[in-house]
Design a binder for this molecule. Sequence first.
Ligand code: CA2
Length: 151
Amino acid sequence: VKAGPRRILVLNGPNLNLLGQREPEIYGRTTLAEVVARLEALGDELGVAVEHHQSNHEGELIDRVHEAMAEPVDGLLVNAGAYTHTSIALRDALLGAGLPFVEVHLSNLARREPFRHQSLLADAALGVVQGFGPLSYELGLRALVALLPPR
Ligand code: CA2
């Protein structure tokens, strides 16, 4: 049987649903729906299927990672929002799933408050793309797809 296209799950954490609607000086004017639409188009170009899930709830994000493991999803593009800096539980879920993931951020965390300088996910990620606004996601998707193990 022929395998279908590889599946990438884009996971967005708390408050990212507000993208484009609040704090445009930090996060820009592009909405989350527009970011996802761009990633779907890029996915078509790269030959992967892009799925998206946003949640403001830590446990829901973790549940989605567990589902990804079973589905199976081939890799994840993760902007965990503020959970990046706080969630050992999300880190455990990502490590437990054993799926390759790329961490992305709209803003350059190094230029922001000290409490945003630590990521609890970064050392488990294939890599981190940050500071390029919505382009961080596109670059992250390209990198993730390029680094997926052959099947
Ligand atoms: O820069 C990023 O992508 C962040 O993950 C965004 C998180 C922040 O807590 C991280 O430190 C860095 C915040 C997302 C909040 O998104 C908003 C977007 C528009 C308006 C208000 C919040």
